[in-house]
Design a protein around this ligand. Structure first.
Ligand code: ZN
Ligand code: ZN
Length: 347
């Protein structure tokens, strides 16, 4: 099959022929119809993820058709339309037994712990635990965007963040996950303040329901701006980018008893991130993490997508083929861009 491969961290990736994957005993091989390009792929390529070994094929936000199944798979057949959370759970550890597959103790992640979906085929572990059926109404491109950024935003806003109608929600960083969060919070009846350095990202945020926007390239203290716009601070705030600056701004923009949800990854090479804990104590803030979403939690989200309440399809701003991926990966380092790029390996 054709795949995007890199031999060394940070050096140009290339598209070439590699061996087709075989399905693991509990797993499947999926023919990749669409796969999203995400900043986590850039981190993997840069060597920021300790799970990645070389040579490597990135890609973790995918949708496609089951091509082959392992001997011990019960629920899936070749031809099924599927997607998968980026955290693939083992199904048997204590966290999985408690229903918390998103923090599985023996998780695998395509594109990180093994070869991913920037390829014509990808192998996935523990299919009965992790695969999600994609309704016929949903395109593969839309389904691919659910696995990482949209599902992550959904869990962060709805489950971890416990959003309520009428609340102020601040979203710091309006890339794929941030724009998803804006859309989900607005659809939940919240009033959203979007914060980003890019006017284009803020324009999209407004399209997806943000009531207020803060241009962080012009406003030095974004937390103060959020407190002003919301009459004292947001009830819920997300760092959807993942940086010491946006993390602190998110916490500092909360009102009393507010909830901060850390969604953007804070890679270890930047060191431990300082968090304004004095404010957390004085205002009794809640500081929460959010890490993907388990496959069994997808149905309510899929129903909102199927009925058009949530429109992840609108987040897809460009579609490219495998050959364009090495350059697109490189561009992510300097210009992350707004919206979601979908790769069609067979396109
Ligand atoms: Zn991702
Ligand atoms: Zn597990």
């Amino acid at each position: 099959m054709r795949a995007v491969v890199f031999e060394r961290f940070g050096e140009p990736a290339e598209v070439r022929e590699v061996a087709d994957p075989a399905p693991p005993e509990h797993g499947v091989v999926v023919r990749v119809e669409a796969t999203g390009l995400c900043r986590s792929d850039w981190h993997a390529w840069q060597g920021h993820d300790p799970d990645v070994t070389l040579p490597h094929v990135p890609g973790h936000e995918l949708a496609g058709v089951v091509a082959a199944v392992g001997d011990r798979v019960e629920r899936w057949r070749p031809g099924d339309r599927v997607t998968v959370p980026f955290v693939c759970a083992c199904g048997t550890c204590p966290s999985c037994a408690a229903g918390d597959q998103q923090v599985c103790e023996r998780q695998t992640q395509p594109g990180f712990t093994h070869w991913g979906s920037f390829a014509e085929y990808v192998a996935l572990e523990h299919a009965d635990v992790n695969l999600v059926a994609v309704p016929d109404e949903l395109s593969y491109g839309t389904a691919a965007s659910l696995g990482c950024r949209f599902a992550t935003a959904f869990r962060a806003v709805v489950t971890q963040g416990r959003v309520a109608a009428g609340e102020w929600v601040a979203v710091h960083g309006c890339g794929g996950v941030g724009l998803s969060a804006v859309m989900i919070a607005a659809a939940s009846g919240a009033r959203v303040v979007a914060v980003d350095v890019s006017p284009r990202a803020l324009e999209l945020a407004r399209t997806f329901g943000a009531a207020e926007c803060v241009d962080a390239s012009r406003v030095p203290d974004t937390a103060a701006a959020v407190r002003d716009l919301t009459g004292g601070g947001a009830q819920l705030s997300l760092d959807a980018l993942g940086s010491p600056v946006t993390c602190a701004a998110s916490v500092n923009g909360l009102r009393r008893r507010g909830r901060h949800v850390q969604v953007g990854l804070l890679p270890s090479e930047t060191g431990t991130t300082p968090v304004p804990m004095a404010r957390a104590i004085a205002l009794e803030l809640e500081l929460l993490g959010s890490h993907g979403m388990a496959a069994h939690a997808y149905p309510p989200m899929l129903e909102l997508v199927r009925t058009g309440v949530l429109r992840p399809d609108l987040l897809v701003t460009s579609t490219i083929g495998l050959d364009a991926v090495p350059a697109a990966l490189e561009a992510m380092g300097t210009a992350p861009g707004a919206g979601v790029t979908v790769i069609e390996p067979w396109g």
